[in-house]
Design a protein around this ligand. Structure first.
Ligand code: NAD
Length: 476
């Protein structure tokens, strides 16, 4: 029973599907195959719950979010182990994600009490203006598999804080993490219908309901740009509010004034985080020609030491990819680059030694001599491949870094303050890390420009996404 609708766990009418461990190929559980009927039932429950929930005090909503945070923190280890098993990331990274995910419950428990309105002076002596912030209504949420816990709280915590009710559909690869999260929300005591979960093997039917149902006020989506674009177009036809957290193609720029060894350590950590399956993963490493040698040597030495395997094994840095399609995409990009003259520094093929043959593993890879003609220069890789590109001057690298339809994250390594400021201001990306590989936090706005999306999650901006502005004019 894996749909959570109107405060109760339900089976649905369409049977269930298997969920697999990507490191071993073993089935580890099942989730119900939801479709139109379950999505509509969940929306109806959210509609019924909305009047009471939206009228409840901010202090009440805050208290429940605090409680959910406490329960999630108590269950952190259980959640992290499930995440490693279902999604594949190393246990240490899974623990970090649980902490990051829990931070959203805490931050929005606090922010719920700070949804302030405004009074505006009028030109008329007998008039008063008041601006209210009110919840948008029923929210439909779709989340990806790569961060299967934190993407849920990054959406639900601000929606609930704002007074919205919600229906969430998790990715088909990671429904078990979503179920565990909803058990936590159930235990926290959110009233029936306030939060609803519908699992699905085929997401299209539910996407159709979420984008067309007259009672859905807002769609919030995290996933790939093509799917986000299609859903946003449908939602626009029905005048729904949308937030879109989509793909990225992050430049990682290493200037000649920085320590190339330090920069290479940072590049290795952020590139291979979650086996490269992160929307903020560097996809083009621009390195100044004069320091290319020590940078590549350090990155190579560290990459070759990375242990590949199941996330639950000690010392593993590189977990499995999500599925065979991911391996095929990486192989295509690597082979295309090599055919067009790139140099293979290390890795370059899938890893199949011993038990690795059972899962979807790809050796962490570095390509040097990458250029604009290669697929990897433009396409999001979503895998453990670090493409290195050399540059000679600041203007050139800024122009090349911005030469992408994506605009999520960018990284700059420099010790020159003026250069750091010019780059930060010139990069057309929603997030810029300056000598910093983790420029994210529940308190900070996360999101992209251009084809990387619309809107922001986290921070006070993340709450605005779930609020409508209402103006009241009083004649006294
Ligand atoms: P995806 O677009 O295939 O799937 C994401 C979600 O959309 C899943 O829940 C999936 O079931 C659902 N979906 C797919 N087709 C649908 C349809 N027709 N109707 C309704 N729902 C549908 O993406 P993915 O491969 O799961 O995730 C990886 C992508 O997500 C990458 O591009 C990555 O950059 C992006 N991502 C972005 C962020 C961010 O915050 N910007 C965070 C994580 C991942």
């Amino acid at each position: 029973m894996t749909h959570f609708i109107d405060g109760a766990w339900r089976e649905g009418n369409n049977g269930s599907f298997d969920v697999f461990n990507p490191a071993t190929g073993e089935a580890i559980g099942q989730a119900a195959r939801g479709g139109r009927a379950e999505a509509e039932a969940a929306i109806a429950a959210a509609v019924r719950a909305f009047p009471l929930w939206s009228a409840s005090t901010a202090y009440h909503r805050s208290a429940l979010l605090y409680k959910a945070h406490r329960i999630m923190t108590e269950r952190a280890e259980e959640l992290a182990r499930l995440m490693s098993t279902e999604q594949g990331k190393p246990l240490k990274a899974a623990r970090n994600e649980v902490r990051y995910g829990a931070d959203f419950l805490l931050w929005y428990a606090e922010e719920a009490k700070r949804i302030y309105g405004e009074t505006i002076p009028s030109a008329r002596a007998d008039q008063r203006f008041m601006v209210y912030r009110q919840p948008v209504g029923v929210v439909a949420a779709i989340t990806p598999w790569n961060y299967p816990v934190s993407m849920i709280t990054r959406k639900l915590a601000p929606a609930l804080a704002a007074g919205c009710t919600a229906v969430l559909k998790p990715a088909e690869a990671t429904p078990l993490c979503a179920i565990k999260m909803f058990e936590i929300l159930e235990e926290a005591g959110f009233p029936a219908g306030v939060v609803n979960l519908v699992t699905a093997e085929d997401p299209a039917e539910i996407g159709e309901v979420f984008t067309t149902h007259p009672d859905v006020a807002k769609l919030t989506f995290t996933g790939s740009t093509p799917v986000g674009r299609m859903l946003a177009a449908k939602a626009a036809g029905n005048m729904k509010r949308v937030s879109m957290e989509l793909g990225g193609h992050a430049p990682f720029i290493v200037f000649d004034d920085c320590d190339p060894v330090h920069a290479a350590k940072g590049a290795g950590l952020v590139k291979f985080l979650n086996t490269g399956q992160a929307c903020i993963s560097p996809n083009r490493l621009f390195v100044h020609r004069s320091i290319a040698e020590p940078f590549i040597a350090t990155l190579k030495a560290r990459t070759e030491k990375m242990k590949i395997g199941s996330g639950l094994e000690d010392g593993v840095a590189i977990g499995p990819l999500v599925n065979e399609a991911a391996i095929a995409k990486i192989e295509r990009q690597v082979n295309d680059a090599l055919d067009k003259g790139a140099e293979l520094v290390c890795g370059g093929s899938r890893a199949t030694e011993g038990d690795l043959a059972r899962g979807h593993f790809f050796a962490p890879t570095i390509l040097a001599g990458v250029n604009e003609d290669m697929l990897i220069y433009r396409e999001e890789t979503f895998g453990p491949v670090a493409p290195v590109i050399l540059f000679d001057n600041d203007e050139e690298v800024l122009e090349r870094a911005n030469d992408t339809h994506y605009g999520l994250a960018a990284y700059v390594y420099t010790r020159d303050i003026s250069r750091a400021m010019k780059m930060t201001e010139g990069l057309r990306f929603g997030i810029v890390g300056v000598n910093d590989i983790n420029p994210t936090a529940a308190a900070a706005p996360f999101g992209g420009m251009k084809n990387s999306g619309l809107g922001r999650e986290g921070g006070h901006e993340g709450l605005d996404e779930y609020l409508e502005t209402k103006l009241a004019g009083f004649s006294i």
